[in-house]
Write a protein of this length. Structure first.
Length: 591
């Protein structure tokens, strides 16, 4: 077994557990993962390949210096026979251009000295003439392969055909787009190509597959950027391509390197698939087990299901996704009445609703609030699920005193938020169960603030307009700076003051049936601009329990969320360690 094989197999755990998340935003969105360890492993294989450290050198191989002499003789003969034109002599390679040490029988060479290369036919329908030929564009050229599903045709004159035709074993390289992206044309049939693709045809049977791997390595390290020009969409001219300094192994070693790289990349594919399958299986297992909690039909069944999960806690919640799923399940259980046991001595929610109604009547009588239109009670057939004894379904409208939206004056875009000046909250100030007071715009000096829209502690805020993933998001204001107003894209409401727990009601709006209702209540012509009306918001179903239980639920949620955060913190630390280990192995291998 080679050193490269040992490097992979002896560090399997590091390569397959070095994982980094890619974030995604919006309620219900999944965070993607990147198998960073395997990505680093692929890059290491390429690095070892071009440095001459992937396969052993054979002293019987003809040195690359002799290969270069043959190339020079071959070019002279082709020039003499007028098959190629004499090209400008490329500058000598400076010592500072040799980025690393290479084996004794290797040579440094400029790309233009080992390949005949040129770009293809310029597309110009108004001027093109000749016979129709199929041609490749950069959209057909991928790393190591070609997509031939949408190959188009253009007219080419016979005297232009040779210049813009790729033959078997030509290396095609993107001039534009992702400049440097390359693939070897392996088909027996010729194919034409357009001017944003370079064709490289190598002298003296130099392996195009070795040079393909070299371009992969240049891109992986970022070295290719030194040969690109342009901001955003880059390009690599024929002149830049010719000047690229390339490590050249003996011909026989090129083939050995290519075979070993192919073998190890296949092993990486297998590792990647196994890791992804393992992650998928783990995700399915966690989701299935957590679903048993929400679907438990009795207290005894719930305890049994929870005990099953608790017994394997350390092995189940080992990924960010699984911990996030646990958080969502905790919130779901909370609003279903399954997170804490019911106390038969607690005053039932039916009595609480009577107190709320009486208090609202008194507020109306005292002219502190206006009389509101009553909403019909939630009938048995409309109740989402059966609640525990002592709980009641109620429309949000029954629980609140006022509901209003704010004011959105034009604000100077260049002004920085300041506690000394009045500000207007952006919708991004309202996150799921999180209030961000720093997300605000400064009110213009020539406008007077409207104090009736000032944010107060105890306000529950919910976004009413914007992109779909930003509508229906809500939070409780537990602390805030003064001089902040809500915008007209934010709805604010207050609960009737009879001891209800604002955090519990806020929790309901962000989890379970209530959150599902808010998602379905959104409307609009496009997902980029949707809204939710106050009337629909007032109709939101709330699973109401006794005041004492509301506070107990919130306390238990806090405890479990802290536990989840601790799990995630330890996981993050472990992932950082794995990434550092992978970096260390790579560094030691190439030095």
């Amino acid at each position: 077994m080679s050193d490269a094989h040992l490097l992979i197999t002896e560090n399997i755990d590091i390569w397959t557990t070095a994982i980094k998340k890619r974030s995604a935003t919006g309620r219900g969105s999944n965070k993607k993962i990147e198998l960073t360890g395997i990505k680093k492993l692929r890059e290491l294989i390429l690095e070892l390949a071009v440095r001459g450290k992937l396969v052993p050198q054979d002293p019987n191989d003809e040195p690359a210096s002799v290969l270069l002499e043959k190339i020079a003789a071959e070019k002279e003969l082709l020039i003499k026979d007028k098959k190629i034109k004499k090209t400008k002599v490329l500058p000598k390679i400076g010592e500072n251009e040799k980025l690393f040490n290479i084996p004794e029988f290797w040579s440094w060479v400029r790309f233009g000295n080992i390949a005949q290369h040129n770009s293809g036919k310029t597309l110009d329908k108004g001027r093109n003439s000749g016979e129709p030929y199929s041609y490749l564009t950069t959209s057909n050229l991928y790393w190591g392969t070609f997509n031939l599903e949408n190959v188009r045709q253009m007219l080419i004159e016979s005297d232009q055909l040779e210049k813009c035709t790729a033959k078997k074993n030509d290396l095609l390289i993107c001039e534009g787009g992702e400049a440097g992206r390359a693939a070897v044309w392996e088909k027996d049939e010729d194919i034409c190509f357009q001017n944003h693709i370079h064709r490289a045809r190598f002298y003296s049977e130099i392996s195009p597959f070795f040079m393909f791997r070299f371009f992969e390595q240049l891109t992986a390290t970022g070295e290719i950027n030194n040969h690109r020009k342009g901001v955003g969409i880059s390009n690599m001219s024929g002149k830049s391509l010719a000047l690229i300094v390339t490590p050249l192994p003996p011909l026989e070693e090129q083939h050995r390197i290519v075979a070993k790289v192919d073998e190890l990349m296949l092993l990486c594919d297998q590792l990647e698939q196994q890791t992804e399958d393992s992650i998928t299986a783990h995700k399915t297992l966690v989701e299935t087990l957590l679903a048993t909690l929400s679907n438990s039909e009795s207290s005894a069944a719930f305890k049994q299901n929870w005990a099953r999960i608790a017994a394997h806690f350390d092995t189940l919640f080992t990924t960010e996704h699984s911990i996030d799923q646990l958080k969502q399940t905790v919130l779901q259980l909370a609003v279903m009445g399954k997170l804490v046991p019911q106390n038969p001595n607690d005053e039932p929610a039916s009595v609480l609703l009577e107190k709320i109604a009486a208090e609202k009547e008194q507020l109306i009588k005292d002219k502190k609030i206006k009389k509101q239109k009553s909403l019909p009670a939630i009938t048995e057939d409309k109740k989402p699920f059966a609640l525990p004894d002592g709980w009641e379904w109620s429309n949000l409208n029954n629980l609140i005193t006022i509901m209003d939206a704010g004011w959105s004056p034009a604000c100077p875009p260049e002004a920085s938020p300041s506690v000394e000046k009045w500000g207007v909250l952006k919708t991004t100030a309202v996150q799921s169960m999180e209030y961000r007071q720093y997300e605000n715009k400064v009110l213009a000096d020539n406008k007077d603030p409207k104090s009736q829209y000032e944010v107060k502690v105890g306000d529950i805020l919910i976004t009413r307009a914007g992109p779909k993933n930003r509508v229906g998001v809500s939070c409780l204001v537990e602390r805030t700076r003064p001089k902040l107003m809500i915008s007209d894209k934010i709805i604010r409401f207050h609960l009737v003051e009879v001891g209800m727990c604002e955090r519990y009601i806020s929790l309901c709006l962000n989890a379970g049936t209530t959150a599902e209702y808010l998602e379905s209540a959104k409307s609009g012509m496009a997902e980029s601009q949707m809204n939710i009306s106050q009337d629909k918001l007032k109709s939101a179903p709330i699973p109401l329990c006794a005041v004492n239980e509301q506070h107990l639920i919130v306390k238990k949620v806090d405890e479990l969320m802290t536990l989840c955060d601790q799990l995630k913190s330890r996981l993050s630390a472990a992932q950082i360690t794995q990434l550092h280990l992978a970096d260390t192995i790579v560094e030691q291998a190439v030095n």
